[in-house]
Design a protein around this ligand. Sequence first.
Ligand code: PMV
Length: 319
Amino acid sequence: MSVATARAHVNIALAKYWGKRNAALNLPAVPSLSAGIEDLWTEAEVEFGPFAQDSLEIDGAPAEPGELDRVVRFFDLLRERAGTALRGRVRSHSHFPRAAGLASSASAFAALAMAGAAALDLGYGSAQLSALARRGSGSAARSVYGGYVEIGVSDEDDLAAVRVATAAHLPLDVAIVVASDQKKSVSSRRAMTSSAQTSPYYAAWVEGAPKAVVGIREALLARDFAALAERSERNCLAMHAVTFANDPPVVFFSGLTLQVVHCVRELRAGGVPAFFTIDAGPNVVVFFEPDARDAVAGALSKLGGTLRFSKVGGEPTLQ
Ligand code: PMV
C-alpha cells in the first residue's frame, strides 16, 4: 500500500501533559490522562511516492511553512523506519478551529502516524502507533485510542499510551466553549519549554503530577464524578498557574474563559454534575453527566462564544 487514510479524534486531558523530560524524543516529564472527543477529529490521507518533496494541504489550502516543517520532520522518522526515500503527500481535514487550544496537533499527528505507517506498510500495532504519534506531538500518543487514555513517563522511545477505560465506562457529554477560533499567540510547545526554564512552580508541578494522575484515574475507575470533577479542575488550574509564572508570563485565558470557569463552579455548587478543563488556549471544555445537558446548555449559552456539544468517545479509524 502507498496510500492510506486515517481519522483520529481530539483528546482533552483531565490530567495535563505539561513539560518534557527529553525534547529530542518528545518524552513527557509528567503522566497525563485524557478523554477522546467524539465529534472533533482530523482525517488525513497520506500517500508516499516519488514526489520531489513532502507536501501538506490542510482543509484544501497549502499549509504554512512551520506546519509543513513539523510534518517533514515526522516523515523523516517514518522514512528512516521504513528504509525508504519516498516523499509524502498529505491532505487533511479538521472539524474544529485549528491551533485554538483544542489540541488539534493531537488528532493531526495521530492520524498522520496511523495513515503514514499504513501507507509505508510498517505493520505497527496500537502501542507502536501511539509511540510514533508521540514523536509528532506528546498529546497525539493518546489519540490512537478512544475513550479514557493515559500515558506515563519513561526514558525509552517506545513510551506509548494505554486505554484506561472505554467511553461506556463513564459516558460523559462535553460542551466546548469556543472563546476564540484564532490561532493562539504562543504554541503549547514554546510555552511548555518556557515553563521548564523559567517558572518557579514547574518543579512542584512535575513532582505532584504522578499523584494527581493516580487520583484522577481512581475517581474515573470508581465512577466518582465529584472526585473526578474536583481533581481535574485542580490539575488544570495548577498547569495554568505554572504558565502564569513563566518569564515572560503566559496567560491563555480570555475574559470569557474565566466567566465559564465561574459559571461551571456555580453550577456544580448548585448540584449540577459538570466540571471544566482548559488546554493551552482560551477555549473551555465542560464535561457533564448527560442528564445535566439542559442546565449546562442554559447557563453557558448566556455567556457568549460559540457552543458545541459532543461526548466522550473518539475511536480512531483507518481506511
Ligand atoms: O501535544 P502538545 O505538544 O500540543 O501539548 C499538549 C498540551 C496540553 O494540551 C495543554 C495538555 C495535554 O495534555 O493535552
